[in-house]
Design a protein around this ligand. Structure first.
Ligand SMILES: NC(=O)c1ccc[n+]([C@@H]2O[C@H](COP(=O)([O-])OP(=O)(O)OC[C@H]3O[C@@H](n4cnc5c(N)ncnc54)[C@H](O)[C@@H]3O)[C@@H](O)[C@H]2O)c1
Length: 253
C-alpha cells in the first residue's frame, strides 16, 4: 500500500505555490519527498521557497506574472532548469478572482482572469506534456472549482475559465492517457483563502454558503493534500479526465 502512494524523488512544478491552496499542495508534495519548483507573482515566492528549504525540503522559487503570455514560457523553462531538466508532476494552482455583475464586468478584468485561469493552464500543460510524452510518464493536476458545475454569481470570467479548464482536462486526458500521462483535476469547494476575502467579508453570503456545507466549515489548504498525493501517485494510474470535488459535501447537498 505504501508503494502505491510513493512519490519520493519525483520532480514537481506548482504554479501559485506562494500561498493559499497551491502552497498547501506544494507542501504535500514536499512532505512526500518530491523536489518542487513553485511559481508566484510576488517576491513572496522566494520567501516561501526559502522557508520550505529551511524545513529541510528541496524547493525552488520562480517569480513570474502569468497574466503575460511570454512570462509563462519563461517561468516554465526556469523551473525546468532548476529541476535539472526533468519533470514528473505538474500542478496548475495559480488563479485570481474578479467580481462584478456580468453587465458591468470590465473587459480588461475578463482578459486578466482568462489569461491566468485558462491560457496559463494550457501553456503549462502543453510545455509539461511535451516533456512528459518523451519519457512516457507524467501526472498533471489542474485546479478547477465548483463552477465546473454551477454558474456562480458575479464571476462570469472565472466561471468561463474554470469551465474551460474542466473541458481541457478531459481533452488532454484523451490525447495523452495512452502515452503515460494522467491528466486530472481537483475542484475545491469554498476554501478560506485570500481569493475569497470579498466573499468572507459579506456576512450574509458567507453564512448562506456555510449553511450548505455538510462538513460544517469552510475548507483549508490541507484538505487538498490527500487528493493531491493520490493524483500524483501510482494510486491513480487508471484515472484520467476526472474532476474530483473536495468540498466538504457542498455539491451533493
Ligand atoms: N479559495 C477557493 O475557495 C477556491 C475554490 C475553488 C478553486 N480555487 C482555485 O484554487 C487556486 C488557488 O486559489 P487560492 O484560493 O489559493 O488563492 P490565493 O489568492 O490564496 O492564491 C493564488 C495564487 O495564485 C498566484 N497568482 C495570482 N496571480 C498571479 C499572477 N499574475 N502570476 C502568477 N501567479 C499568480 C499567487 O502567487 C498565489 O500563489 C486558484 O486557481 C483558484 O481559482 C480556489
Amino acid at each position: 500500500m505504501h508503494q502505491l502512494f510513493d512519490i519520493s524523488g519525483k520532480k514537481a512544478l506548482v504554479t501559485g505555490g506562494t500561498k493559499g491552496l497551491g502552497w498547501s499542495m506544494a507542501e504535500a508534495l514536499l512532505e512526500a519527498g518530491c523536489e518542487v519548483a513553485i511559481v508566484g507573482s510576488s517576491d513572496g515566492v522566494f520567501a516561501a521557497a526559502k522557508d520550505f528549504c529551511g524545513r529541510g525540503f528541496r524547493c525552488h522559487g520562480v517569480k513570474a506574472d502569468l497574466r503575460r503570455r511570454q512570462e509563462n514560457y519563461r517561468a516554465f523553462d526556469e523551473c525546468l532548469q532548476k529541476l535539472n531538466g526533468d519533470l514528473d508532476i505538474l500542478v496548475t494552482a495559480a488563479g485570481i478572482q474578479r467580481r462584478h455583475s456580468a453587465e458591468d464586468f470590465p473587459i480588461e478584468e475578463w482578459d486578466e482572469v482568462i489569461n491566468i485561469n485558462l491560457h496559463s493552464v494550457f501553456i503549462f500543460c502543453q510545455q509539461a506534456g511535451r516533456l512528459m510524452l518523451k519519457k512516457g510518464y507524467g501526472k498533471i493536476i489542474n485546479v478547477t472549482s465548483m463552477v465546473s458545475w454551477f454558474g456562480g454569481q458575479t464571476v462570469p470570467a472565472y466561471a468561463a475559465a474554470k469551465g474551460g479548464v474542466t473541458q481541457l482536462t478531459k481533452e488532454l486526458a484523451n490525447d495523452w492517457m495512452g502515452r503515460g500521462i494522467n491528466v486530472n483535476a481537483i475542484a475545491p469547494g469554498y476554501m478560506d483563502t485570500d481569493l475569497n476575502t470579498a466573499l468572507l467579508a459579506n456576512s450574509e453570503r458567507s453564512a448562506q454558503i456555510l449553511a450548505r456545507i455538510p462538513a460544517g466549515r469552510w475548507g483549508k489548504g490541507e484538505d487538498l493534500k490527500g487528493a493531491t498525493i493520490f493524483l500524483a501517485s501510482a494510486a491513480s494510474d487508471y484515472m484520467s479526465g476526472a474532476n474530483i470535488n473536495v468540498d466538504g459535501g457542498y455539491l451533493v447537498k
